[in-house]
Design a protein around this ligand. Structure first.
Ligand code: BES
Ligand code: MN
Ligand code: ZN
Length: 496
């Protein structure tokens, strides 16, 4: 999807779908829509004067003008005071999702002059294009029989001349984010028999070739050499070759890098502690954290911000077999600490800790991991917030702000000392599960046992990486969550 910014009278847009977003109206057609309304035989005015369209959030009216664009979609943004970045992102997404349904190839998006938001023009450009990409996303790669609906070819923002330059700056960021998020969602969507650890490694290699990142892939033999016993203990049950994927982006010379780590379990059956059959298919999404890291590297490649970033994706399947790790087995991590694997379904933390301790060699400024780590975070926060933990309040605050800007909101959970006791093992240094109580927090504590003094934050994205019902502007399935948050975080650091 091409994206651009254009200064043009609305009635001359000539696109397949012109989306006109408006905040609350008071029964009167805004002056800025007079000329467009004239091309519709006053359909816009009547929609407003009848009270059918009031500008309330999620309201829409579709009309067919006699000339100019084929269709005009009036879209409500709600109370002017509540028109945030998130609301504008969603509005653009609703627009492109509607466009897909209508078979429109060229889409334009405009926010009326009379709509008052606190959102600056460059942020508008960014979030509208992010939203456009979000709404336009479809995954057809594995369908032999398709519905024949075309993809959206062009999305343009129609803005007043004086905003053009600012909106254009934001559009560039939004476009990069949209591309990165599309990669993440596509990877998430791919089933376990296609998206294997080897496949993820190849994607990293492709990114490296396209953008010039250094990419290092550890296979099973190399992982053994590096003594990554925790990661390898999960990979014991599968024939698929595991990977530790490492990508290095340099945009800031010799500055200490930000380390991003994403859980890359390409299928989580639970292992010997096998999961129930119901909805086990969703465990193809257990590599969503890894997908977010790879998607973020696509954004880095496009934008080349002034920051150094190391991405790590420990990746394996978690399957039961005659060689699989058994409950009660004790394994030795890369750090040297021993782990009693009381539950083979608590595998994400095992693969993450070897990556976390390996991260030390990059002397990172901080490390942030994203992982579909616990069912408990879904119980606690549902599908609307990321569980946020860490060892550094300042970093936690910075991540939280990035999440707010990104519309990927995080909510803090406490890593108090008291929870740590639940991980005490009789036979090893720690055990890999603290039981049901405070399950997300004890998982966070387990990770913390392998982080020494670097500032570190942990995102439990099990409730937010994919959704089982559609939302305005967002299809059900993978959300690509993490790409926007990581991007906001890194751009924030690059500007600092
Ligand atoms: N991948 C799962 C967590 C998960 C659950 C993600 C639901 C998305 C939706 C993780 O590996 C897991 O199985 N966690 C266990 C940990 C327990 C055994 C301590 C869990 O949450 O039940
Ligand atoms: Mn599991
Ligand atoms: Zn898992």
């Amino acid at each position: 999807m091409r994206t651009s910014v254009r200064v043009v009278p609305l009635e001359q847009a000539r696109v397949d779908l012109l989306v006109v977003a408006s905040g609350k109206l008071h029964g009167k057609l805004p002056d800025s829509l007079l000329a467009l309304d004239a091309t519709t035989g006053s359909a816009l005015r009547r929609a407003i004067e009848t009270g059918d369209f009031t500008g309330d959030r999620d309201q829409s009216v579709l009309v067919y003008p006699a000339r100019g664009s084929t269709r005009v979609l009036l879209l409500g943004l709600g109370d002017h005071a509540q028109i945030t970045r998130a609301a504008l992102r969603t509005a653009a997404a609703v627009g492109t999702r509607r466009a897909i349904g209508l078979g429109a190839r060229a889409v334009a998006f405009h926010v009326t002059k009379e709509t008052h938001t606190g959102v600056h023009a460059d942020a508008l450009g960014q979030v509208a294009v992010e939203g456009a990409g979000q709404g336009a996303w479809r995954f057809l790669e594995l369908k032999a029989v398709r519905d024949g609906k075309p993809a959206i070819e062009h999305f343009e923002l129609i803005v007043p001349r004086e905003q053009r330059a600012d909106v254009e700056r934001g559009r560039e960021i939004g476009h990069a984010v949209a591309v990165g998020q599309r990669l993440a969602r596509n990877l998430q969507m791919l089933p376990g028999n296609v998206c294997t650890p080897t496949y993820l490694g190849e994607i990293a290699r492709d990114l490296g070739r396209a953008y010039g990142f250094r990419v290092t892939l550890f296979d099973r033999a190399r992982l053994e050499k590096e003594h990554m016993g925790a990661l390898l203990s999960v990979a014991r049950g599968t024939q698929e070759d595991p990977r530790l994927i490492i990508l290095e982006y340099r945009g800031a010379g010799r500055a200490a890098p930000v380390c991003l780590i994403g859980k890359g379990v390409t299928f989580d059956s639970g292992g010997i502690s096998i999961k129930p059959a119901e909805r086990m298919d969703e465990m193809k999404y257990d590599m969503s954290g890894g997908a977010a890291v790879l998607g973020t590297f696509e954004v880095l490649g496009q934008l080349k911000p002034a920051v150094n970033v190391v991405g790590m994706v420990p990746s394996t399947e978690n399957l039961p077999s005659g060689t699989a790790t058994k409950p009660g087995d004790v394994v030795r991590s890369h750090l040297g600490k021993t782990i009693e694997v009381v539950n083979t379904d608590a595998e994400g933390r095992l693969i993450l800790v070897d990556a976390l301790s390996y991260a030390r060699r990059f002397k990172p400024a901080c490390a942030i991991d994203a992982a579909t780590l616990t069912g408990a975070v879904v119980v606690g926060l549902g599908n609307h917030a990321v569980g946020l933990m860490g060892n550094d309040d300042q970093l936690i605050g910075e991540v939280r702000q990035a999440g707010d800007r990104a519309g990927e909101r995080c909510w803090p959970l406490p890593l108090w000392d008291e929870y740590r006791d639940q991980l005490k093992s009789d036979v090893a240094d720690v055990k890999n599960s603290g039981g049901r109580a405070g399950g997300s927090i004890t998982a966070g504590w387990f990770l913390r046992e392998f982080v020494d003094d670097m500032p570190w934050a942990h995102l439990d994205i099990a409730g937010t990486a994919y959704i089982d019902a559609e939302r305005p502007g967002l299809a059900k399935g993978p959300t690509g969550l993490g790409v926007r948050l990581f991007t906001e975080f890194l751009l924030g650091r690059a500007r600092a």
